[in-house]
Design a protein around this ligand. Sequence first.
Ligand code: GLU
Length: 474
Amino acid sequence: MATKPKSPESFSTSVDRMADRAFAALDLDPGIASVIKACEAIIEVNFPVPIKGKIEIFTGWRATHSSHRLPAKGGLRFAPAVNQDEVEALAALMTYKCAIVDVPFGGSKGGLMIDPAKYDRDEMQLITRRFARELIRKGFLSPSTNVPAPDMGTGEREMAWIADTYKQLNPENLNYAACVTGKPVQHGGIAGRTEATGRGVVYVMREFFRHPEDVKAAGLNGGLAGKRVVLQGLGNVGCHTGHLLQDEDRAKIIALVEKDGALINTDGLHVQQIREYMNTHKTIRGFPGAMFTENGRAVLEMECDILIPAAMEAQITEENAPRINTKLIVEAANGPLTFEADEILRKRNITILPDALVNAGGVTVSYFEWIRNLSHIRFGRMERRYDEMRGEYLIAAMQSLSGKPVSDDMRREIVKGAAELDLVRSGLDDTMRHAYQEMREVLLTNPKVTDYRTAAYVVAISKIARSYFDLGTF
Ligand code: GLU
């Protein structure tokens, strides 16, 4: 196959090389491996938008890495340094991610080269709608073929504009709302999508800590309570991960690394307070009750039990990997470790829970949102009150049989019917646990697999290869 050569240090090469370890463990034919690794299609669009009386040209990409299942799915990133290679690498990760968590989608990703901080709301709306129109017209955005979602620099605001643009161009399509996920709940979004990636990270960590042998193998013991965590990134993923770990699991966030430096407090930081401070001051500098250092990168090397990179790719490279001082790395970001860093850390016996599993909670709940849009009904709407009524009957029966009253607390728990958010969290938890267990099973049973990342890729690639084979691709 004649494909464009990739630079050996590029993000997409790093993803390919990580996948290669799984291909080797599976003894798959190199031809099949190259079909699975190749990016099926990528489009570059250049479009003009009038900004403050002047025309500006914007450049964006959307890659469909695989379409063995449709739609192809993945976020849209708005950032100044976005480039084609990054979009292709992230699209490939989406293919593996969807397979790992059994989300029946292909992998895709998009990016727009822009610094969103430089434009006001109206300008961002013009630019986003224009970008969406380009993608729609060129067949790279629709409910059945390619469905974007939030990523770095985008959120529910942009997703609402995209959905509305698609609706205006396709008013006859009853399923227009399913053309994008991560929308506001009032506009076809689903409860729990915004927190989903961070919550999924925590669900994977909880599952890891449910297996004492896995915890011991990482050189740790006990549960999450009291574990010292260094967290990088206080965006959507980092914020939800940090606050759940701290509030629900009683882990201690001892350091928080952001763009402009890091905050350290070995007694524990309060993630939401820092986020609120950041929202007002646009920096973490000056946050009271913590030590600030400008050298955030050095703080990644601070001694801790768990390091969670939740910012962006290539944060741990061959340069700093030898000095990383943790037992467990939980990859909440996409591609935070380069291939070389991964090799070094593996040799140092540092346990790594890989991105393709760890941050797959976002696309999992996107899948729930897409189904909700196609069924045009909120989850739980039909059964919630019915379940509550049955709960009341159950309590009446228990009381009449035992002759004793049921306590108010117990009554509330038994009677409560599931709201959409309860169902979404339950589906997400089940998905992440199951995926962890599948990955773990490979690690325990395939002698050629010695790390979680390769195990996760083996799970993904086995499913994808099977799907291609069934479709007659090879
Ligand atoms: N951008 C997210 C990711 O990297 C979400 C993708 C989606 O929901 O489609 O996984």
